[in-house]
Design a protein around this ligand. Sequence first.
Ligand code: SF4
Length: 221
Amino acid sequence: MDKQPFDIGVALDRIEQAVQPWPKAALFQLAEEGFTSTFEQLLACIISIRTYDEVTLPVSRNLFARARLPAEVARLSWEELDPLISPSTFHERKAHQILAIAREVEERYGDTLPCDRDVLLSFAGVGPKCANLVLGVACGTPVISVDIHVHRVTGRWGYVKASTPEKTLAALEATLPQRYWIDINRLLVPFGKHICTGNRPKCSTCPVLDMCRQVGVDEHR
Ligand code: SF4
């Protein structure tokens, strides 16, 4: 098939339609349910690390049903918090991190964790991926969050060429128009889970097959 030039706006429009039937990425879903504060989004992101969205969502809802504000979380003991998040991977360590964050936020900022990348990155357990995702979802700050799906899909398109998610982030910051910076994660997480999957992507029914370079794709459905 002759390939069309890759038009990111057209691609993301088509993907927006294609992902309608599937659940949204966890932090976006939680924001839709009203868990929109920087603090809630940060806690959900920590819970989501190395953890499936199918687990992150109920665990986050469960925690927020018990405690949503920094002061409420800070008042929990580790023994109370750990069982609340125990389906999440590395929950014991995450419970310590969440308590330390809640106590520091309450002490320094009261109820409202500021939309400040340096503040977010100052907390143990929070890396650039979570900081960017939280800034995008909770604060509307134009930042790109590159997870394994965004890295894999944009590489296969031939839109960027980078060996790691970190390098993909730098490449996207140089290439992707800013109006798509938040949406690319929202759209490519479900797209990467259901269509452009890690093994044998579903190219034959993919809405962007006519423009995708299928870089590194040997086997597909
Ligand atoms: S054509 Fe295949 S490799 Fe390209 S985006 Fe679609 S599923 Fe992924």
